[in-house]
Design a protein around this ligand. Structure first.
Ligand code: IDP
Ligand code: MG
Length: 140
């Protein structure tokens, strides 16, 4: 199945100049970049994006963190894009993520883990709509 996934380069990676590295790894895995922008998320967007985590103890810290600095948001399309990108990212905690994964190689800690990727096709649809208008996505 051709799927889409929303990827965010989080502030810890932006700060270290790793946006290109992260986009490159996903492109090299055969995913097609169909939309990309830089933005500074406000708290309202952070709370919508992370709404499923509203009840978690780290919600306040996470939403403050993701809205603390400019980020890169990107949409990738490809065969099995959701799972493919989750595998490239590695598990949530960089300390436990495998070598060769984005988080395993670049992540700092469980919150500052460098990258977000949608966790299902359904979630991806909602997340992409939060960040991109239809005419900001390119099909070719
Ligand atoms: P995921 O990004 O691998 O899907 P989720 O469990 O959906 O992981 O959590 C969303 C984000 O919340 C993580 O990427 C990470 O930045 C942050 N996070 C997850 N668990 C913790 C935690 O225990 N403490 C602090 N931040 C966390
Ligand atoms: Mg998640």
């Amino acid at each position: 199945m051709i799927e889409r996934s929303l990827v965010l380069v989080k502030p810890d990676a932006m700060e270290r100049g790793l946006s290109g590295e992260i986009v490159k790894r996903i492109e090299e895995a055969g995913m097609t970049l169909i939309g990309i922008k830089m933005l500074h998320m406000d708290m309202a967007l952070a709370e919508r994006h992370y709404a499923p985590h509203r009840e978690k103890p780290f919600f306040k810290s996470l939403t403050s963190y993701i809205s603390s600095a400019p980020i890169v948001a990107a949409v990738f399309e490809g065969e099995g894009a959701v799972e493919r990108i989750r595998k490239l990212m590695g598990t949530t905690d960089p300390a436990k993520a495998a070598e060769g994964t984005i988080r395993g190689d670049l992540g700092i800690d469980i919150e500052h883990n460098s990258v977000h990727g949608s966790d299902s096709v359904e979630t991806a649809k909602n997340e992409i709509d939060l960040f991109f208008k239809k005419d900001e996505l390119f099909i070719y």
